[in-house]
Design a protein around this ligand. Sequence first.
Ligand SMILES: N[C@@H](CCC(=O)N[C@@H](CS)C(=O)NCC(=O)O)C(=O)O
Length: 311
Amino acid sequence: MTQLVLHHYPVSPFAEKIRLILGYKQLPWISVIIPNIMPKPDVVALTGGYRRTPFLQIGADIYCDTALICDVLEQLAPHPTLYPEACKGEARIVAQWADSLLFPVAMAYNFQPAGVAQVFADATPEQIKSFVQDRAAMRGGAPRMPGPDAGAMYKSYLRRLANMLDDRPFLLGEQPSVADFSVYHPLWFTVNKTPVMAGILDATPNVRTWIDRMAKLGHCTSQDMTSTQALALSKASTPAPLPKEAFQDEHGIALGSEVVVVAESFGLEPTQGTLLAATRTRYVLRRADPRAGIVHVHFPRTGFILKKAEA
Ligand SMILES: N[C@@H](CCC(=O)N[C@@H](CS)C(=O)NCC(=O)O)C(=O)O
């Protein structure tokens, strides 16, 4: 039985996307709680640099980015599907819209002073300062969208979602798809982590009902593991056979080259390793770490940049 180890922390919206998919697919999982700001030495030992949350570990294979994690979970457990045949293109497109456009708007709205006070109710001023500095560095110093502008955009987005839900229980039909999980996670944050901001949903009651419908999918069951145990698991494991799909060379970089993969935005910590596979949809890098052993780190092509490592 494949052991699915999710590295995450409770308030992470993108982690909630994956926790709920594990619930939908009824896949039991192992929970490793990771820090929400740098430094993350045990994370980086496994990923080689990538620091975003969540990532999935299966033995000595590390899967970065929730879009790729969705594909991995779909391969392991195709039913119920995240990509219903009738809407598989729309499902991925709406999911990408939600992860890249709805999410930052919702979070800029949620992180207005009243929401911040709720999220950080138990934090010290130093912890709040460290969090703010960490996220500003992740954005490359770019300011967060102003709250009132984010609020106006969030309202428009919620109206569009309400229109989609007028005549169906889920965004694209009778069953949930990956689109529902990507739209859900920022709204989950509004309702559950910054409830003082949740009045914005009053104008779209069918979105509220849909949130409740999604929440009922649950998280299946999980067991705790420490990050030290996760590193030992990786070291004791052998990476899975490589994907069989053909090599797709877009860069003039041969397999076996030393490369660097970095996200195209937000969290630009590079992962360096040997390029083992570059399929239509993903890269696989091999790296060696004293604590994690030989690890294969997987990235989706979408949202990531591949370069030859500097000699
Ligand atoms: N495109 C990424 C986005 C992940 C992301 O931005 N996650 C946030 C947390 S919800 C993050 O990494 N924050 C910084 C951190 O946890 O260190 C994905 O789909 O996995």
